[in-house]
Design a protein around this ligand. Structure first.
Ligand SMILES: Nc1ncnc2c1ncn2[C@@H]1O[C@H](COP(=O)(O)OP(=O)(O)OP(=O)(O)O)[C@@H](O)[C@H]1O
Length: 248
């Protein structure tokens, strides 16, 4: 039997009259990349926030790494969040800190008793992983958008999470830089044996990194499968999404 590392059952979340998630079910297995597709405002970010315990669902179950997320609080929630890396849409680097300082920040804040040599080694390794060793003493403002995304991913990787959550990793990047980021997401899976959820509107990204694709339609995952399986579906809502992306 496959090992579901994230298991979501009948998850519901509304904001007033806005019923965003209306019975979401999803299993994510160890070592796979699952891409979550859906139009703007369908609740992809809400789902991610519920998975990391930043938002509480109205009902349903979310089990991650064998733990019921809703039951976690205090130190247990802090420990859990170290295992689940969240790479934000806008990279969220600290502009006043160098790249080295940006990478040190999560380590120093979350891991005790590290020596200076340990910290230096971890920073150098994380930068090497994303192919940006030469930027260590630069400031974020000196880097391109694609480089900043890579640093954002390195800053998440430095804690060696078991699960990576990427929120629109290629948004705002040119197609060539996007390919670099897609390759990096695949490399992260290989090197860290990480399990990932990737939220994207970018079908090239979905096709390149997704072992499976889950499409959020009307508050549920109605289509889950390989990229080809999902888009073979003649359902108008699925085809609209495809045509919009590939302009044909
Ligand atoms: N804290 C909140 N309070 C009220 N409404 C919210 C809150 N968070 C999200 N929403 C609403 O829930 C809906 C889903 O938001 P979400 O950010 O998950 O969309 P999304 O699918 O990630 O969209 P996009 O692709 O544009 O990023 C939106 O209509 C949003 O306004």
């Amino acid at each position: 039997m496959k090992d579901a590392i994230i298991s979501i059952r009948n998850l519901r979340k509304s904001f007033g009259d806005l019923h965003v998630l209306r019975g979401v079910d999803l299993d994510v297995y160890r070592g796979e990349n699952v891409v979550v597709l859906g139009r703007s405002g369908t609740g992809k970010s809400v789902l991610i926030k519920i998975i990391v315990g930043l938002l509480k669902p109205d009902s349903g179950r979310v089990n991650v790494l064998g733990q019921e997320v809703e039951e976690l609080s205090g130190k247990a929630l802090d420990a859990f969040r170290l295992k689940v890396g969240f790479s934000f849409q806008n990279s969220a680097l600290y502009d006043s800190m160098s790249i080295r300082e940006n990478l040190e920040f999560p380590l120093v804040r979350n891991v005790r008793n590290l020596s200076r040599a340990d910290i230096n080694r971890a920073v150098e390794e994380a930068l090497d992983d994303v192919g940006l060793s030469q930027t260590i003493n630069q400031m974020p403002s000196e880097l391109s958008g694609g480089q900043r995304k890579r640093i954002g991913i390195a800053r998440t990787l430095i804690l060696k999470p078991e699960i990576m959550l990427y929120d629109e990793p290629t948004a705002g990047l040119d197609p060539i830089t996007s390919i670099d980021i897609n390759n990096l997401i695949n490399e992260v899976r290989e090197r860290y044996r990480a399990t990932s959820i990737v939220i994207t509107h970018d079908l090239t990204c979905a096709k390149t990194v997704g072992d499976r694709v889950a499409m959020l339609l009307d508050g549920k995952f109605e289509r889950v499968g390989t990229f080809e399986e999902v888009f073979a579906d003649p359902d108008e809502r699925v085809q609209q999404f495809y045509n919009y992306n590939f302009v044909n």
